[in-house]
Design a binder for this molecule. Structure first.
Ligand code: FES
Length: 95
């Protein structure tokens, strides 16, 4: 029996610094990867990729999140953040 899951793509809208950016992402893609690879935004850095260094820290609705540990679809699906995700992203690392 094959238990592997088939990756699926989903169209989401990321609102980054007040601008809505539609993007198609793999449902397994982290928010950090979506921002850097799909939108070309390099303000959040990829370093440890394990939630330890904080280099990927972004703001979502004014709260800090580690983008390397956040699935893009999970962040978008969390109700109120659907249109407000990643506000303040380009402020860079905020410890
Ligand atoms: S890249 Fe180090 S915490 Fe995300």
């Amino acid at each position: 029996m094959n238990t592997r899951t088939v990756p699926s793509m989903r169209e989401v809208v990321l609102s980054v610094n007040g601008t809505d950016r539609p993007v198609q992402v793999d449902t397994r893609m982290t928010l950090l990867a979506a921002l850097r690879e799909k939108l070309g935004l390099a303000g959040s850095q990829k370093d440890c990729d394990q939630g330890q260094c904080g280099a990927c820290t972004i703001h979502i609705d004014g709260e800090r999140h580690l983008a390397c540990l956040t699935l893009t679809v999970a962040a978008v699906a969390s109700g109120e953040m659907a249109q407000e995700i990643c506000t303040g992203l380009m402020s860079g690392v905020s410890a």
